[in-house]
Design a protein around this ligand. Structure first.
Ligand code: TZP
Ligand code: MG
Length: 543
């Protein structure tokens, strides 16, 4: 994780302030634009746990990373984003094994010797200090000074945050001596006017103030908002008039018009597994969730009839967040003319969006993964690998490829391509969500054939090619491994494909189905691992 920007304005709570006032301190810091918060309370007792939880919620609501000082177990218990350890605390490697690969782990060093002997390989950033004299930490080491800061910063492979006696007037010197951020306590907490000092420091760090947001609190109002504005009109989708619902949402259940061949699918979208609020707006998250749920309908030759939405909403989200999520959901429902069937909202620890889509299937064909035959070619309806490359851009603050990021954020269900495939009676179709290699494996196994990939004939998107060139990646590997493109993959006779290609020019061949030869997938480059829906897990195309 690249923490360079996250460390800029790092606020640490002051335990010496009056009881119960730590939440207020954090509110001030966040309002002033703090980019990271550390809960530091050396004499923590369980009585303070509620306040600790409230601080964690506040940070999540504003997407500000939150770490706990010293105590790995406390960090785990409160579901913090990580922990900050000192030289006398548990080893960094233990924190990593307890908190996991995504946890933010910081380590304090006060001399270059300490830095050199520390297990820095497991940590994500280094805290260096005290850079200036401070009264806040009784047992602080001798001052390392600005030159000491520069020496450690130059040697550190990780971002560094300067600490100790820093205020708005000294922040600039820390940045110019190699710090990526400044960590402060007393310049805010012991100021006569804490908000003013915090705002001054925010300005010195180049951080913008924020408007504080309050959590959502009325389930019924939220359901009402979801229902209002969802489409109910007749629309033309996928070539036919939408019949929709006889009884719209609002009752205990929805009553549908007659559906011939009902097709039903469901999908779960969980924060930090399928999406991150720092990368996508709530509106984009809502849109993407519906598109990828509908993508399963497209892959089944079904037209969308209705959608049911179940939300688990943690208290760190506010009404406006949910409103934005709904407007993304509604936008896609409007696009397809599919009315909302109903929904439910409950409070929960995790933010998750469960969608149930109802569709009407094709009168004659329901495409199956098991319908590939030896002699068929294996094809896709468009570019692959772009979404996973876009995800890497987001993870690494790479801004040079907005088209790739757009592909990750805004996939589209390929109803247009499905219509063409159904007209040509293609009987084996699925959408590529987990990556070409992984999804082709499903077809091979279900159809009892072997699939031999033909990377030499892959059509490589020009922007993906540039991205791969920059990061020394093999574009064919990225196309095989990367997921979330939501193109359709299909198997059919080569003559049929020639006809399809006239209507879907972006379609191309990725492989051939042959008699089962003992292994489902052939010609898979070494090291290509299928994309898993764990944002952290796609190491295979790490840049
Ligand atoms: N570690 C080194 S100096 C210090 C810590 C926790 C105290 C920083 O507090 P202040 O008030 O910003 O000097
Ligand atoms: Mg410590």
């Amino acid at each position: 994780m690249d923490l360079t920007h996250v460390l800029k304005f790092y606020f640490i709570t002051d335990e010496n302030a009056p009881d119960g006032s730590l939440l207020k301190q954090v509110e001030i810091a966040i309002a002033a634009g703090a980019t990271m918060i550390q809960y530091r309370h050396k004499s923590f007792s369980i009585k303070a746990f509620k306040e600790l939880e409230a601080i964690r919620e506040l940070c999540k609501r504003h997407s500000v990373p939150f770490v706990v000082n010293d105590n790995i177990i406390l960090a785990k218990a409160v579901d913090a984003d990580g922990v900050h350890l000192g030289q006398a605390d548990e080893d960094v490697s233990i924190a990593r094994s307890v908190l996991g690969p995504d946890a933010i782990i910081g380590l304090s060093v006060s001399t270059i010797e300490e830095f050199e002997k520390s297990a820095v390989s497991f940590c994500d950033y280094i805290g260096i200090g005290p850079v200036f004299v401070t009264d806040t930490k009784g047992d602080a080491s001798p001052v390392i000074g600005l030159d000491g800061l520069r020496t450690v910063a130059e040697k550190s492979p990780f971002p560094v945050v300067a600490i100790g006696g820093i205020d708005a007037s000294k922040a600039g010197a820390c940045f110019s001596h190699g710090a990526d951020g400044v960590a402060v306590i007393s310049c805010i907490t012991r100021a006569e006017d804490p908000l003013r000092q915090a705002l001054e420091l925010g300005r010195a760090c180049g951080c913008r103030p924020r408007v504080l947001r309050i959590g959502w609190n009325n389930e019924f109002v939220l359901i009402e908002k979801l229902i209002t504005g969802a489409p109910s009109s007749d629309s033309i989708v996928f070539g036919s008039i939408l019949s929709g619902l006889k009884v719209p949402p609002g009752d205990d259940a929805a009553l549908f018009e007659t559906i011939i061949n009902p097709v039903i699918t469901t999908d779960t979208h969980k924060e930090n597994t399928h999406f991150k609020r720092v990368w996508q707006t709530l509106e984009e998250i809502g849109q993407k969730a519906v598109e990828i749920t509908f993508s399963d309908l497209a892959a089944s030759y079904a037209r969308p009839v209705s959608l049911f939405v179940n939300l688990s909403i943690p208290s760190y989200l506010c009404d406006q967040d949910i409103e934005n999520l709904y407007s993304g959901i509604r936008r896609v429902l409007n696009k397809y003319g599919a009315p909302l069937g109903g929904g439910n909202v409950s409070s929960g620890r995790e933010f998750s969006i469960d969608l149930f889509a109802v569709g009407e299937g094709h009168p004659d064909i329901f495409p199956l993964r098991s319908n590939a035959r030896p002699g068929d070619g294996l094809y896709v309806t468009g570019s692959l690998g772009l979404a996973s490359a876009g995800l890497q851009c987001l993870k690494n603050n790479e801004t040079g490829y907005p088209e790739l990021i757009e592909k990750f954020k805004s996939p589209k269900a390929r109803f247009d391509a499905a219509k063409v495939l159904s007209e040509h009676k293609v009987a084996c179709v699925m959408d590529v969500s987990d990556g070409l290699a992984g999804d082709a494996g499903h077809i091979a196994k279900a159809s009892n054939v072997s699939i031999r990939f033909e990377p030499t004939v892959f059509k490589i998107d020009s922007i993906l090619a540039k991205f791969c060139n920059k990061y020394s990646l093999n574009p064919e590997d990225v196309m095989l491994a990367g997921g979330e493109d939501y193109e359709l993959m299909f198997a059919c006779q080569p003559e049929i494909f020639e006809q399809i290609k006239r209507k879907i020019p972006e379609a191309f061949q990725v492989g051939a189905c042959i008699l089962f030869s003992g292994t489902p997938l052939m010609n898979v480059p070494a090291g290509v691992v299928s994309f898993q829906h764990g944002i952290k897990k796609i190491r295979e195309i790490k840049i």
